[in-house]
Design a protein around this ligand. Structure first.
Ligand SMILES: [Zn+2]
Length: 301
């Protein structure tokens, strides 16, 4: 029996080293040839690494300074090509703090208004708190300074590098002040930003409309990706769009019924339950989701 278990463990290890980027460490997953993801621990942000014969493109820059340094080390193991571009899927610090590790030389790209939004949303305490986490984190944070995107585009831009087509698509009003998806049509791999995540509830900012999130998910699903890499959470498929869509449909249905019964927002927040989604992460975000949905159902923005 013991021998059998040892054999199974051994097979599992072989399988996991085949699935996870070999030699890159346990945080990295190989998605396809030349496409890797550092999957953030405990729901931290993901970072994509796209390797071509004419340079590397990163998608976001790691949640913490240790993550960013790990990404740089992984790129050096994969290629001697430089990191030429770094696409931001959003403006928040958990996706953008690590810029200084890569830029220069990398040029940072996000949609219109990204630099201004990053500056407006800048929280110096984020890096202060990270530094206090451990001496290793403080060391990794050495030399930190905030770097904002140098390149902004309005609707869509295309990078052609080493035979790879990399489309950067603006997602309007889905999460932060500037959000971008990254689509590799030949590989059918989509980096879907933080419009949604697998089996987790979104923290929907006051300026965001659920209608815009649903529209963006529909657009991204229509690209017909084989693999979808969310801003946070495990890489998966378009099922994460379908599941999110079903959640919002049910939320709106229940809220509509309660509004018809004359219930107030406060009453709805107390009474509305979504037991079908009890296993999803970030349950504390249901009241936030209700508030945003209520505003839209009452015809506000
Ligand atoms: Zn965010």
């Amino acid at each position: 029996m013991r021998v059998k278990i040892a054999g199974m463990v051994c097979a599992a290890l072989v399988l996991s080293s085949a699935l996870w980027g070999q030699d890159l460490g346990p945080h990295f997953k190989k998605i396809k040839d030349g496409i890797y993801v550092q999957v953030g621990e405990e729901g931290n942000s993901n970072c994509g690494i796209i390797v071509t014969s004419e340079g590397v493109v990163l998608v976001d820059s790691g949640d913490t300074p240790i993550d960013s340094r790990e990404i740089l080390a992984a790129v050096k193991k994969l290629t001697n090509q430089p990191i030429r571009f770094l696409v931001n899927t959003e403006t928040h610090g958990d996706h953008t703090t690590g810029h200084w590790v890569f830029s220069p030389p990398a040029l940072i790209i996000n949609s219109d208004g990204a630099a201004k939004d990053m500056q407006a949303a800048y929280r110096p305490d984020r890096m202060e708190n990270l530094r206090k986490q451990s001496p290793e984190m403080a060391k990794a944070a050495e030399g930190y300074k905030m770097i904002t995107p140098q390149v902004e585009y309005s609707d869509k831009m295309t990078l052609r590098l080493g035979g790879k087509t990399i489309e950067i698509l603006h997602l309007d009003n889905v999460h932060s002040g500037a959000d971008s998806a990254v689509w590799l049509p030949e590989d059918r791999v989509l980096f879907a930003a933080s419009a949604t995540g697998p089996r987790r509830l979104n923290n929907i900012r006051p300026t965001v409309r659920i209608a815009d999130i649903r529209r963006a998910m529909k657009m991204m699903k229509a690209l017909n990706p084989e693999i979808v890499i969310p801003g946070h959470g495990a890489p998966g498929t378009v099922a994460m769009f379908d599941e999110s869509e079903a959640y919002y449909t049910l939320l709106f249905e229940r809220m509509n019924a309660m509004i018809r019964q004359g219930k107030s927002l406060d009453q709805i927040k107390v009474e509305l339950k979504m037991p079908e989604y009890a296993s999803w992460g970030n349950q504390d975000r249901i009241p936030n989701n209700i508030e945003i949905a209520y505003r839209e159902l009452r015809g506000g923005n």
